[in-house]
Ligand binder design. Structure first.
Ligand code: PLP
Length: 393
């Protein structure tokens, strides 16, 4: 028996374990100090009431012989797909029911979708970015080319015609940089993908944070994107489903490579390796797309975005370069005084008792940068910003 030795090529990601260790060491040295965590990538507001009510109702249905549900369709119930179709239609994107696949969240599908592509493909991944894209492709042994996201390109790398890629990962709004592509920039990516016969995997996990109506929330707002792109979305960061688990993946019927419909391959993959998302969770997700659910979600997002504004204003007042925070819950700043990412981490922990995420943990271009998130409590954000201002002015 041979193991998949590609797993041995994975680098250990020490980012969050090192952060935890450093914070614990500091706390044991100074037990009376209150530490504020602005590094958290998880939501903190509870599930919307509409979602909770739908969960209760669906649980009750499971208790009666007449309304009990057993195995559901692997690709998801039509009631949820209809809710998602309506959500997209509001932005002028028209989807067929069979193009939507309900998932247990974006993370698993970002890795699972790779099952339908050959391992010989070359993959293009931004650096810095959410580490899952890189790790899942390393596990499959694929060749990876990194596209540099830097201060010069506002952390929005554009296609390089000299590079031939087969699979392209795009994350917009980006984690960790908060950078968002506009329509013209995404059109360039679509044209590039079509010119080199590549597929785009578009991660829209943070689409609901986009405030600027001119910015695209779905890649299908771009002409011809259905010919080259798969979109992977999640209810985690908008509806608070990080622990409840639900998302969806869109594989358009127009997507054809080597004469084969990718939709058919993905359906085949899912019906073999996946048994669908729990009925009660799909009812909860459906409730998130109702008028009532959307109104509650907007309130949560506004709360996080107001936190982001407080952080951005503080950085602006201190003349610290940053991106993100306007259309994303992430604020990506340049470490002041030429500090490295970890030096700035230690500085903030020791001098402002505030925790963030060192940019170098998201890729080599993240060195010298730092991620703050707006998912924290308002009062804590305000305290942390006052402390940071006082140590940096
Ligand atoms: N995509 C990005 C860019 C993320 O940052 C995350 C989670 O942090 C995910 C996907 C995963 O989301 P989910 O909770 O739906 O698995």
């Amino acid at each position: 028996m041979k193991i998949n030795s590609n797993y041995l090529k994975l680098e250990n990601n020490y980012l969050f374990s090192t952060i935890t260790k450093k914070v614990e060491d500091y706390k044991s040295k100074y037990p009376k100090k209150e530490i504020i965590n602005l590094g958290i990538g998880d939501v903190t507001q509870p599930l919307p009431t509409a979602v909770i009510n739908a969960l209760h109702k669906a649980v009750s249905e499971m208790s009666s012989k007449h309304t009990f549900r057993g195995y559901g369709p692997e690709h998801g119930y039509n009631f949820l797909k209809t809710a998602i179709r309506t959500y997209y239609e509001k932005r002028g994107v028209f989807l067929e029911e069979n193009e939507i696949f309900i998932s247990e969240g974006a993370n698993s599908d970002l890795g699972n979708i790779l099952d339908i592509f050959s391992n010989d493909n070359t993959v293009l991944i931004p650096d810095p970015v959410y580490p899952v894209y890189m790790d899942t492709n390393i596990m499959a042994g694929r060749k990876i080319i990194f596209m540099c996201a830097t201060e010069e390109n506002n952390f929005l790398p554009m296609p390089d015609k000299n590079i031939k890629a087969d699979i392209i990962f795009i994350c917009s709004p980006n984690n960790p940089t908060g950078a968002v592509y506009n329509k013209d920039q995404l059109k360039e990516w679509v044209d590039y993908a079509l010119s080199c016969n590549a597929v785009i995997i578009f991660d829209g996990a943070y689409e609901a944070y986009i405030q600027d109506r001119k910015l695209p929330r779905s890649i299908y707002e771009i002409e011809d994107a259905k010919k080259c792109a798969i979109e992977i979305c999640s209810l985690s960061k908008n509806a608070g489903f990080t622990g409840t688990r639900c998302g969806y993946t869109i594989v358009p019927n127009e997507l054809r490579f080597e004469g084969v419909h990718l939709n058919m391959l993905w359906l085949r993959r899912q019906t073999t390796k996946f048994n669908g998302v729990a009925y009660i969770i799909q009812r909860a997700a459906e409730a998130a797309f109702t008028e009532e659910g959307q109104a509650e979600i907007s309130k949560f997002i506004n709360y996080y975005m107001d936190n982001a504004k407080i952080i951005c204003n503080t950085l602006q007042n201190m003349n610290i370069w940053f991106t993100g925070g306007e259309n994303s819950p992430y604020i990506w700043l340049k470490c002041p005084k030429g500090m490295t990412s970890w030096e700035f981490f230690d500085f903030l922990l020791e001098r402002a008792n505030t925790v963030g995420s060192p940019g170098s943990g998201f890729g080599k271009n993240g060195e010298g940068f730092f991620r703050l998130t707006s998912f924290g409590d308002r009062k804590n954000v305000e305290i942390a910003m006052k402390k940071i201002s006082s140590i940096l002015i």
